[in-house]
Design a protein around this ligand. Structure first.
Ligand code: LMR
Length: 336
């Protein structure tokens, strides 16, 4: 009995000694939960993983980045709320999902045919207009750290979409952007807002007839397996802004924030470096899979889409803000 009691107090004593030592040796890391809705093998998915690697290395483990892909943690709308409430610390939502936050000016990126290529897009995202837009996030308690590229959208459906008239009555899933709503209506389609995580099933069961997305999303979500036709239209752009909760970010120790900023800078170079190739590869894989028929538009057919969708620009000038739209026109040289 006596020996047991003695052993017991020794063990307790050892624990009591060990506890503060452990606490000193390894303070709990700062956790950054990074939630997103796409697959890991997409430009955004890979860039998030790369950011995690750099951030953990450069802070020597003082920061732990937990990446939650594929809407595992939150769906589109919920993730924005979670960021504002501090339940997650980092997101990279599509620029087409900022309207519900009250930041309608980001919908300028959704205007059909506004960018002919990545070089034109970068003049905006890497220039003063892009910086000005990110600054507006602060009015919502958020901060925009970077723009990450995805790519130019294809249009898919169970009907061949070649001529403008082919859109008539087609139910098309869109992201939560009023500009995308107008774009679909301009060609006679019926737009339906839906979370990304629900699109595959909605296409499979016929809740919607078609959708638009860059090939990287179409392929990794297997949408091409439930769509008879894919039109390579490149009619619009889809990309991201990396967002953090401002209070969280500004509350970080300065040296940690600097290490994270440098990691974000390099992850952005990485993201924008892989986006085009990932989309080209995904398109090649969709073709190879042979599940859907690929439609290539003639220049005349594509011009007819542009002409019909051009209305979207005028109709949304007031919503986005004519100043923002005109600034983008100026840098990209957009002509109706
Ligand atoms: C979509 O909802 O179609 C996209 O925004 C998904 C994404 O994040 O690329």
């Amino acid at each position: 009995m006596k020996l047991n009691a003695c052993l017991k107090s020794l063990v307790i004593g050892a624990f009591a000694l060990a506890l503060p030592m452990t606490a000193l040796a390894a303070p709990a890391p700062i956790v950054i939960k990074f939630s997103h809705v796409v697959a890991v093998n997409t430009p955004k998915g890979q860039a998030a993983e790369y950011f995690k690697k750099l951030a953990e290395e450069r802070t020597k483990g003082a920061v732990k980045v937990e990446v939650y892909p594929n809407s595992q943690l939150y769906k589109d709308k919920e993730e924005m709320e979670a960021l504002q409430m501090g339940s997650v610390q980092m997101l990279a939502p599509s620029l087409a999902k900022f309207g519900p936050l009250g930041l309608k000016e980001f919908e300028v990126f959704d205007l059909p045919f506004i960018f002919d290529n990545y070089a034109e897009l970068h003049k905006v995202t890497q220039g003063p207009v892009g910086a000005k837009l990110l600054k507006r996030l602060e009015t919502k308690g958020l901060m925009g750290l970077a723009y990450w590229d995805n790519g130019f959208k294809v249009m898919s459906a169970n009907k061949a979409l070649r001529n403008v008239a082919d859109f008539k009555g087609q139910k098309m899933r869109i992201q939560s952007s009023k500009v995308l709503d107008s774009q679909m209506r301009s060609v006679g389609a019926i737009p339906q807002v839906m979370a990304f995580s629900e699109v595959y099933q909605a296409l499979q069961t016929g809740v919607v007839d078609g959708t638009e997305n860059p090939p990287s999303n179409l392929y990794t979500q297997k949408m091409h397996e439930v769509q008879k036709y894919v039109t390579m239209s490149n009619h619009g752009y889809l990309g991201y802004a990396v967002l953090v909760n401002k209070k969280f970010w500004m509350g970080l120790p300065a040296n940690i924030r600097a290490a994270l900023e440098s990691s974000m800078k390099d992850a952005t170079v990485f993201a924008n470096g892989v986006a085009k190739k990932d989309n080209d590869d995904a398109m090649a894989a969709v073709k190879k899979a042979g599940k859907s028929q690929i439609i290539t538009l003639t220049p005349q057919e594509r011009a007819a889409w542009k002409k019909a969708m051009d209305k979207t620009h005028k109709d949304n000038m007031g919503r986005i803000g004519a100043d923002v739209v005109n600034e983008v026109y100026k840098v990209t040289g957009y002509k109706p």
